[in-house]
Design a protein around this ligand. Structure first.
Ligand SMILES: Nc1ncnc2c1ncn2[C@@H]1O[C@H](COP(=O)(O)OP(=O)(O)OP(=O)(O)O)[C@@H](O)[C@H]1O
Ligand SMILES: [Mg+2]
Length: 355
């Protein structure tokens, strides 16, 4: 399979660079529908960053996290060779060749010392702060936590988000020491963090959505699509990079599109059928709430004539359920809600015509 080079995220990357050029003062949430290209954009940014920055990138996806301690653990990249047990000295020593790191580097000795203690979080944060103070004398540190919603699924110490984000507030608004980016496709989770950690006036949001029409068109043309293929790809997939990639790799594009559409239609149909026959429930704020088939259908019906709706036009249980099932995406900034992709919109319309 051919490797597809990174395609234009000029607008979003310009915004990130503007943030990086100013003194760190707010936490930045990078959000957008699933598979919109958030992680890809961040990886590209890290590769392109000028030398004066020191990025520390932690991706929580696929990491084994069952409790608070595991979470603190994955913030670090353990340096097995690092014999030093003094933070400042260690930070100074690794500045010389700080390559691509996944997490805050820590010498094994210090790591073991911290993790033997009962109240680890105090020492974890103390270490990170000291480490960053030293790094920031030479370069501007950036901490990026990707797939943050992973910790939302686990029953972690309820104070986790509060503690973590208060530490982030200290690093940004108070000490102006380090840029913080938290990346997630789950905007309801971000909303939760926002209220639990009391982030009013302490954060900003940056949307990384699917490509717009123009960007999609340029992307496909670059990969040899004819105008007709380009038009039909947009009609079915909109600007969802992951679908476009799938098409690029196929010879018979129209057939592939139909296959993708039928597959997604089938998935949504089955989801609704399951709720109709077996019922379902979701947990909101610790309470179990029943999901109603009729209400789900009413919610989805709104998309028959509209591409997006106000997020409060739908009852809260159906809204959260459809978001959790990756059918809908909520944009908390504009308070609008839309299907996760153009393909989802068409699939919803197709399923509903038979109900
Ligand atoms: N700008 C781009 N240029 C080329 N390919 C891209 C671009 N953005 C995304 N892709 C492709 O789309 C796929 C999905 O992107 P990515 O994993 O970055 O999305 P995401 O928004 O991080 O998804 P999730 O919501 O699951 O975290 C990637 O495998 C990548 O190959
Ligand atoms: Mg991602």
């Amino acid at each position: 399979m051919k490797k597809i080079p990174f395609h234009n995220r000029e607008k979003e990357l310009n915004e990130v660079m503007k943030i990086l050029e100013a003194e760190p003062s707010l936490i930045t949430f990078i959000y957008g529908p699933i598979n919109s290209g958030k992680t890809t954009m961040i990886s590209h940014l890290i590769e392109q960053l000028p030398e004066d920055y020191a990025p520390f990138y932690v991706n929580l996806r696929g990491r084994f996290i069952t409790d608070y301690e595991d979470f603190l653990n994955v913030l670090f990249e353990i340096d097995e060779e690092g014999g030093v047990d003094n933070v400042t000295e260690y930070a100074r020593s690794i500045l010389k060749d700080l390559g691509a790191v996944s997490g805050i580097p820590i010498p094994i000795k210090l790591f073991e010392q911290i993790f033997e203690k009962k109240d680890k979080s105090k020492d974890v944060f103390k270490y990170i702060e000291r480490f960053l103070v030293e790094i920031s004398k030479k370069r501007t540190p950036i901490i990026i936590i990707d797939e943050l919603q992973v910790v939302g699924d686990i029953k972690i110490n309820g104070l986790l988000m509060y503690k973590l984000f208060n530490f982030f507030i200290r690093l940004t608004k108070e000490l102006h020491l380090c840029h913080i980016f938290a990346v997630s496709s789950d905007s309801l989770f971000i909303e939760n963090v926002y209220s639990e950690a009391m982030l009013e006036g302490r954060c900003r949001y940056l949307l990384v959505d699917d490509f717009d029409r123009e960007t999609t068109s340029a992307f496909l043309k670059k990969h040899g699509f004819t105008d007709d293929e380009n038009a039909i790809a947009w009609e079915y997939c909109g600007g969802k990079p992951v679908y476009l990639l799938e098409l690029i790799n196929y010879e018979n594009r129209e057939e592939k599109l139909k296959e993708m559409f039928t597959f997604r239609t089938g998935e949504i149909e089955t989801r609704l059928k399951l709720v109709k026959e077996l019922g379902d429930e979701i947990i909101i704020g610790g309470r179990r709430c029943d999901v109603h088939y009729g209400k789900l259908v009413d919610a989805l019906k709104m998309f028959v004539s509209r591409d997006e709706i106000g997020m409060n036009e739908v009852d809260e249980v159906s809204k959260r359920y459809l978001v959790k099932e990756n059918i809908l995406f909520v944009d908390s900034l504009t308070k609008m809600m839309k299907p996760q992709s153009r393909l989802n919109l068409l699939a919803i319309r197709d399923v509903l015509k038979d109900i």
